[in-house]
Design a protein around this ligand. Structure first.
Ligand code: L14
Length: 340
């Protein structure tokens, strides 16, 4: 059905991801008829610009979703748990950026380049989940390889930027860096230890088995999105003193032998992926280069000679864009095109 546009609301509009959602809707000229910005009492009242108009952020309430078509949620798991069912009940389709519903067997978990069909397969009830940032950038690279060579096992270590945690963490890295240069006391409020000039092998909370929730999310979400429970995955997720862009060292073992040249060839044709792999010219993906871009960058593609059929690579993407806001808007675009 052709429409003159959709009524869109953003829950968590004043956050790092919420603000990026506003920019992405604008940049991509998403057919927005009406944009409603929602946040907690703490930040409501803020004014944010959309297409030259200043919009005032309203307090999120149970009746916020009346008449809305699409809700982009990024205000934490607890807010989604409470308000996503209320929104979908009102007929507002929720695209949820939190981990609240990702592993729910009735909720599709979607990366448009990888499994857009999941939206139809799951016969969703008005909630579609946006995967974890580290998972998204990994699966856009792994899926095209899996289709050709069948991945048996994945070993991933991440190097994640502070922006994933939010604006307080961005400020913490800035403040600590300045404090160290000025020989002042370094305070850690957001993270349990100093992040400036340091690496923390700790993202999200620890669970009983010694893994962090971030690691468990990467393992479970990758299997769900790739639709293959047989893939073995292990992960170590690390916070590094970078502002924007997550990097990942990824080792795969395949069932069918595949050469680095074949991997480069497959990935050069993969949607949303750019191969940056010319070591002689010192060219490889970098967080500072990926920041602000839409694509996922992959390089350092080489054979893992310690096993018979292994490949190593380095994958980088903007965690706030492809890892969150952009992927959410791309899900909305798939919805409009095929399912509305
Ligand atoms: O969406 O970087 O699962 O602290 C959890 C941890 C997003 C980012 C998620 C971080 C995330 C995050």
């Amino acid at each position: 059905m052709e429409r003159d546009g959709y009524r869109v609301c953003i829950v968590g509009a004043t956050g790092v991801v919420g603000r990026e959602m506003i920019s992405v809707l604008q940049e991509r000229d998403f057919p927005v008829k009406d944009l409603k910005l929602l946040a907690s009492e703490r930040t409501a009242g803020t004014t944010l610009a959309f297409k030259g108009e200043n919009l005032k952020v309203q307090v999120l309430q149970e009746d916020s979703f009346k008449g809305m078509d699409i809700g982009l949620f990024s205000a934490g798991g607890a807010v989604s748990q409470k308000y996503a069912p209320i929104a979908s009940e009102e007929g507002c389709v929720v695209i949820d950026n939190t981990s609240a519903f990702r592993m729910d067997p009735e909720v599709p978990l979607v990366v448009p380049e990888v499994n857009p069909h999941a939206i139809a397969d799951y016969n969703h009830k008005g909630i579609i989940a946006n995967p974890n940032c580290s998972t998204i950038q990994m699966v856009v690279v792994l899926k095209p390889i899996h289709d050709v060579a069948t991945i048996r096992r994945v070993v991933v270590s991440t190097y994640q930027s502070v922006s994933g945690t939010g604006k307080e963490a961005i400020r913490e890295l800035e403040k600590q860096t300045l404090a160290i240069f000025n020989h002042q006391e370094v305070k850690s409020e957001v993270y349990p230890h100093r992040i400036a000039f340091n690496c923390l092998p700790h993202i999200d909370v620890f669970s009983e088995n010694g893994y962090t929730k971030e690691e468990i999310k990467m393992i479970n979400e990758t299997k769900k999105i790739m639709e293959d429970e047989s893939i073995g995955i292990t992960a170590t997720t690390v916070r590094v003193p970078v502002f924007y862009g997550h990097s990942e060292s990824v080792n795969i073992e395949t069932t069918k032998k595949i050469t680095p040249d074949e991997v480069r060839d497959i990935l050069s044709r993969a949607p949303g992926v750019i191969v940056v792999d010319d070591p002689k010219k010192n060219e490889y993906p970098l967080a500072v280069y990926a920041a602000g871009k839409d694509e996922t960058f992959v390089g350092r593609i080489r054979e893992d000679k310690s096993i018979e059929k292994g490949i190593n690579m380095w994958i980088v993407s903007d965690n706030i864009r492809k890892g969150a806001a952009l992927n959410a808007v791309q899900i909305a675009e798939v919805l409009l095109k095929h399912y509305w």
